[in-house]
Ligand binder design. Sequence first.
Ligand SMILES: Cc1cc2nc3c(=O)[nH]c(=O)nc-3n(C[C@H](O)[C@H](O)[C@H](O)COP(=O)(O)O)c2cc1C
Ligand code: SF4
Length: 440
Amino acid sequence: MKEFERYLLNRIAAANSHTLPVYRQQGGYKAIEKVLKTPLKPEDVIAVMKDSGLRGRGGAGFPTGMKWSFMPDITKDPRPRYLAVNADESEPGTCKDRVLMERDPHGLVEGCLIACYAMRAKAAYIYVRGEYRLSYDRVQAAIDEARAAGLVGKNILGTDFSCDLWMHKGAGAYICGEETGLMESLEGKRGHPRPKPPFPAGSGLWRSPTTVNNVETIFNAPFIVERGPEWFKAMGVPKSTGNFLCGISGHVNKPGVYELPFGLTARQILEEVAGGVWKGRKLKAFFPGGSSTGLMPASAIDVVMDHDSVKAAGSMFGTAAMIFLDETASIPQVMDVTLRFYDHESCGQCSQCREGTQWLHQMFHRIARGKGKREDLDLLVNLANGMAPGKTICALADAAAIPTLAAVKHFRSDFEQCIELGRDPHAPTHAPAPELQGAH
Ligand SMILES: Cc1cc2nc3c(=O)[nH]c(=O)nc-3n(C[C@H](O)[C@H](O)[C@H](O)COP(=O)(O)O)c2cc1C
Ligand code: SF4
């Protein structure tokens, strides 16, 4: 792997990297100073973000500058406008935003200020996964320190820019990471996603213009503003620029969160970053970007890790949460636990998702327990095709259907073996999961 410049995780090696003095020693708050003192106009900041090519790190890879430009013209629409930062991080395998919030929370605070300035938002709400207590405490402490230093609140750095930052704790629901479910939850309601349109930029929090961005997306903004779009575009590949945080888990020697440039192959990441498959075993499969992205077989290990290449190979870059499975893994068991998650987390508003996730789970469960039927595999495919893509209010149904279709496509013989033998030959030796009520 060639040498590359790191910037996302550079600061966290310092002792007390989460505090204001250390952040400042490392050049922190220079980007917001540049914006306010130059001064750059809000539309100039959006133009810089657009030019950088930054794509959202929350899963869909949507261009950030373009998303910011969807906020309505303030001269024609004077409603208050908001930024909502998605720190819910509940996708199985994803654990990158946590590192930024725990170790470099001022980077997020500064990113929020820049984003709010660019979109003329009067406040940002940071919606943090309920289990992330340290993340919550560290970001709250950073906001308090910044407020005391005149960096958050009224007349920031003596200018007429005022902006407030507020924290909100989630309560353990994956669906509150979906952008409209998140807004419902922030408003104090049950986290039921809203049908779109209207999109958040037209009608978001309290029916006002709102932009929802992932933590890592916002964290990139100060670097881009300070060092310029040309510097940012020189990293990665033309359509996926900058570096990204790659959360590696599963059967590898060195799991962890790593900063990487786009354009490496999955093989390079597995072998040169994660230390290879553990215990000298062979690779069987991997999720490239979290459990909602299509499972890929070991033969796809030379896929290039950027948004478009992973898509062209039949899966998704997602949140770059790579989960590697070795040759002893049971794909039916993997799909059983994966679908148990989506079944549990479906909010129940759409029948395809409410019923579909439950049926997919029940079928995977019975196959994994050696009680599957021959017709189950075609039924799984029919059912998943009836759920996705884009057939429901939000993409949770897709998140369940996509890995289902990929698993049956690439590992059909593993499922057939379980059905024919009446047991799972790869079943782990520890006690099996308790019998599912109502499973067949
Ligand atoms: C069921 C579901 C759960 C999601 N969970 C998260 C999450 O935990 N964090 C996140 O940033 N995006 C999550 N998303 C994506 C958000 O809806 C949204 O696209 C994202 O926050 C936009 O940020 P970005 O443009 O910066 O990527 C989820 C989407 C779905 C459908
Ligand atoms: S797709 Fe599922 S999670 Fe999303 S709104 Fe419909 S029922 Fe709820």
